[in-house]
Design a binder for this molecule. Structure first.
Ligand code: SF4
Length: 347
């Protein structure tokens, strides 16, 4: 029997569960507090629960269904875990600490169907969506790790691990709500970002369902030919269609949109691409997040510091904000999918 994952259960659902074991409703609140205030995942350690309830929970429910199969810690503190699911699949979660933030990069699917050519996850193909419990358990596990490390808490979350989050929209939206809730993980709404490859029909659905969370679109190419060569989804929804939808999303949600843009030597990181990207971002309520290519891709090369500086100089003439992501955890293969695909080979 597959145990029900209760990290994503509402208080009412927990009350129904404890009632099915013949227990009063207040036990549900106790379990909830153990899971979210104490970050406990072992029912046996929930010391104010009666033994009979602990045994019933152990037999039919879980809040820790994942096994850690591998973990790597970078010299810069970035930590990556590979989790194994109950059905034997692997996926990744990354903690990126800075002086004032504890950011978690969350996976939404096992593998991915989008086929981006620069991404190791794409080589796995799509296996399945992560469940609500599996998504939340990543945040739960890392929150416990951060608390044990320095007493801190996860402050930021981005769905930019494995998978296309808007193709698992219901689970991702509910996870965001629980991640934000004060009874949940208490992460501020504007610190939770969902990053999409540009699944146009889902962008407005997301905007209607979860308008207060941040949305990022992986642009990664400044014209259709370039973007299609990196992201097959561009052949279905080209840049023009994507930008029209992005504008509608900005209008409906009132949110500033982030465009992520990967910098690849002689491909996306050229002065001409910078000028095209500047035209795209100009007069839009958006910011640009530049992401220098991570190592580990045999077919593509990261640009030099001078090439990136020239790219940034051209963008700086625009009327929008530009940020460059510092490479994190380069010594531990921190890019999306690298460690889980390695794990698959050895498993
Ligand atoms: S970059 Fe994201 S959307 Fe593209 S294949 Fe990788 S996981 Fe999927």
């Amino acid at each position: 029997m597959t145990k029900s994952h209760i990290l994503g259960a509402s208080l009412q659902e927990l009350e129904a569960l404890v009632a099915s074991f013949g227990q009063p409703a207040f036990r549900a609140k106790q379990i909830h507090n153990w899971m979210f205030q104490n970050l406990e995942s072992d029912f046996a350690k929930m010391t104010n629960l009666p033994k009979a309830l602990v045994e019933s929970l152990q037999a039919s429910a879980t809040c820790s269904a994942l096994k850690v199969k591998a973990n790597q810690v970078s010299t810069d503190g970035t930590t990556k875990w590979v989790f194994e699911t109950h059905d034997g699949h692997f996926f990744e979660t990354v903690l990126i600490p800075t002086d004032d933030r504890r950011s978690i990069c969350v996976s939404s699917q096992i593998g991915c169907a989008m086929g981006c050519t620069f991404c190791r996850t794409a080589t796995m193909g799509f296996i399945r969506n992560l469940t609500l419990g599996e998504i939340l358990e990543q945040v739960h596990y890392v929150s416990r790790h951060v608390r044990a490390l320095d007493g801190g808490r996860v402050s930021n979350a981005i769905f930019m691990g494995m998978g296309e989050p808007l193709l698992n929209l219901d689970n991702v939206a509910t996870a965001c709500e629980i991640m934000n809730s004060q009874e949940g993980f208490g992460i501020a709404k504007d610190k939770i970002t969902v990053s999409t490859s540009g699944v146009v029909p889902k962008i407005l659905e997301w905007g209607a369902r979860a308008p207060d969370f941040k949305l990022a679109i992986s642009l990664n190419g400044s014209n259709d030919e370039m973007r299609s060569s990196l992201m097959p989804i561009n052949r279905r929804y080209n840049i023009d269609t994507l930008l029209k939808t992005a504008d509608e999303y900005i209008r409906l949600s009132g949110q500033k949109l982030t465009f992520e843009y990967i910098l690849i030597k002689d491909k996306t990181c050229t002065p001409e691409s910078a000028r095209e990207l500047k035209r795209i971002a100009s007069h839009r309520h958006c910011k640009i997040n530049l992401i220098p290519l991570n190592r580990g891709n045999p077919d593509m090369e990261a640009p030099s510091d001078d090439e990136i500086a020239e790219f940034e100089r051209i963008l700086a003439q625009g009327d929008f904000q530009v940020l460059r992501r510092r490479p994190r955890g380069p010594d531990i293969y921190a890019a999306c999918g690298q460690l889980a695909t390695e794990q698959k080979k050895v498993a």
